[in-house]
Design a protein around this ligand. Structure first.
Ligand SMILES: *[C@@H]1O[C@H](CO)[C@@H](O)[C@H](O)[C@H]1NC(C)=O
Ligand SMILES: *[C@@H]1O[C@H](CO)[C@@H](O)[C@H](O)[C@H]1NC(C)=O
Ligand SMILES: *[C@@H]1O[C@H](CO)[C@@H](O)[C@H](O)[C@H]1NC(C)=O
Ligand SMILES: *[C@@H]1O[C@H](CO)[C@@H](O)[C@H](O)[C@H]1NC(C)=O
Ligand SMILES: *[C@@H]1O[C@H](CO)[C@@H](O)[C@H](O)[C@H]1NC(C)=O
Length: 471
């Protein structure tokens, strides 16, 4: 009996393979984007007609029919609210059944090694992996590496539900989802698609159209390769938003400002281009500002280049500048990265009244008296109070006036205040009497590895690095 079943199932699989091209991105356990008229299913077949049936607990909810054109078919589904599980039957000459399909919110997580960094490598790994079974409707798909000189239409991978294999999934992506899932009491299934590759520059994730926008000449030897192999095959899959943690490779391509200027263009071009190519609207794009790392690199300037992406609509950042590791380019605390990213989504997508920004610069005023000179810095978005926080593994004296603010005057750079005082939302810097008269710029936390930051003691979100130009 068992032999017969085995034989029949082998035959069944063979029939599918001959007749229908299998797309792993569509399969059991997938999460399809809810509340949208742009959620699609697709495939290829030798049959001329494809019938698609959506069922819930054996009850037929909807039927769809697609005609195949040159062996390809596609249907756009009606809009469905969060929920499931559904079964989807795809009937051609044979029938394929997708089980445990949910409608929920789908997030794409992409970038280089800090997005690829797995739960297993991070803090509290084994307890986090065990805990994941408490969030059964977070489903995840890890796109297998595929360096491809030409665009492809398929990826390797599998939709999974939380089990020990989640330990090999992106930690930042998962913690983002977990926080959202908990905050929404598990009412919205979350689908995560990880498409990452360590050590990669932004050019390989960019289409030829995006590359052109920044007039790049001597880019890396293989531009577009991961766009071809790991993004193009996802473009039909509707997503709610994209999360991006990348830049270390590009920052390392030279210390000059040209590197930063180019990245500012590249990131914005890629955001615009991904949105255009997905064709599901200007989906939100959240990126991570590089973590603190090792003095002596250009990361402070690079973070300002990353921030220029905020010129694009619906674009937000979570900073990691204060949760890095002096000696390790892969800081282990991805829980906090995920938390900060999730606050943006909770506020912007789910309408929760949570703070997602640290205190932001409101105004800068300078004053000179007969004895001293002061610069007062005023902040918005203060929920609790602004307090100092030593960054992990900071070098003594960590939080000291010189480790927070510096000014540039017409004659001197890196002038350190003699005294710094915080009162409510206002920070007052005191300098020698003559210093502020010709002050040109004020820099805060503009270090590759800030030894100290200001943080809101209520939201635990830091004041992000900034450069104020005094005009
Ligand atoms: C989907 O399309 C229908 C019909 O055009 C429209 O009434 C509905 O509001 C749309 N739903 C969403 C979520 O866009
Ligand atoms: C790791 O687990 C400990 C003990 O439960 C907890 O105090 C700590 O906050 C966890 N760390 C992170 C980053 O979640
Ligand atoms: C690229 O070149 C075009 C034409 O020379 C120019 O208009 C555009 O500003 C350039 N873009 C960048 C980012 O340098
Ligand atoms: C202010 O005075 C100090 C000490 O006299 C001097 O070293 C410094 O260059 C002066 N700064 C400016 C901006 O003139
Ligand atoms: C934040 O700091 C202020 C001022 O020191 C204090 O009154 C308040 O209790 C603190 N809040 C939290 C959440 O620690």
């Amino acid at each position: 009996m068992i032999k017969v079943i085995l034989f029949l199932s082998v035959l069944f699989v063979l029939t599918i393979c001959q007749d229908d091209h299998v797309y792993p991105l569509l399969g059991s356990n997938m999460v399809l984007q809810r509340n949208s008229n742009k959620t699609k299913l697709w495939g290829s077949t030798s049959s001329s007609i494809v019938n698609i049936q959506l069922r819930k607990s054996e009850v037929v909810i909807d039927n769809y029919e697609a005609k195949s054109v040159s062996g390809k078919w596609e249907v756009t589904l009606k809009s469905y609210p969060a929920g499931g599980p559904y079964q989807i039957l795809v009937k051609t000459a044979s029938v394929v059944v997708y089980q445990n399909v949910m409608f929920g919110d789908v997030y794409l997580c992409s970038g280089q090694s800090n997005m690829e960094f797995t739960i297993n490598r991070g803090l509290n790994a084994s307890s986090e992996v065990k805990d994941s079974v408490n969030y059964p409707n977070i489903h995840f798909f890890k796109v297998a590496h595929n360096d491809s000189p030409k665009p492809v239409d398929n990826v390797r991978g599998q939709w999974r539900v939380p089990d020990p294999s989640i330990g090999e999934f992106s930690a930042a992506c998962y913690f983002f989802a977990r926080n959202i899932y908990k905050a929404l009491n598990g009412e919205v299934p979350i689908g995560l698609i990880e498409s990452t590759w360590g050590g990669t520059p932004i050019q390989v994730w960019s289409s030829p159209d995006a590359i052109k926008q920044c007039n790049q000449t001597n880019g890396p030897s293989q531009p577009n390769h991961l766009w071809n192999g790991q993004i193009v095959p996802l473009l039909k899959y509707n997503v709610k938003a994209a999360l991006w943690y990348q830049g270390e490779n590009n920052a390392g391509r030279g210390h000059d400002l040209k590197v930063c200027k180019l990245y500012s263009c590249q990131l914005q071009a890629m955001i615009r281009d991904w949105r255009a190519k997905w064709n599901v609207g200007d989906f939100p794009f959240y990126f991570v500002l590089l973590a603190g790392f090792r003095p002596g690199n250009n990361w402070a300037e690079f973070r300002l280049a990353q921030l220029e992406a905020l010129h694009q609509p619906h674009t937000y950042f979570a900073t990691a500048m204060d949760i890095g590791d002096r000696e390790d380019i892969h800081p282990k605390d991805k829980q906090e990265v995920g938390r900060r990213l999730s606050l943006i989504a909770l506020n912007q997508i789910y309408g929760k009244s949570v703070a997602y920004k640290g205190p932001t610069l409101k105004s800068v005023k300078s004053q000179t008296s007969s004895k001293s000179a002061t610069i007062t810095v005023d902040f918005d978005h203060v929920v609790g109070a602004i307090v100092t926080k030593n960054t992990p593994k900071c070098k003594a004296p960590c939080c000291s006036p010189g480790n927070l603010f510096r000014i540039t005057t017409s004659t001197r750079k890196d002038v350190v205040p003699n005294n710094v005082q915080i009162k409510a939302n206002i920070i007052t810097l005191t300098f020698d009497k003559n210093e502020t008269e010709q002050f040109k710029e004020l820099n805060y936390a503009m270090f590759p590895f800030p030894e100290c930051v200001y943080i809101d003691n209520n939201t635990l979100l830091p004041v992000n690095a900034f450069r104020y130009i005094n005009k």
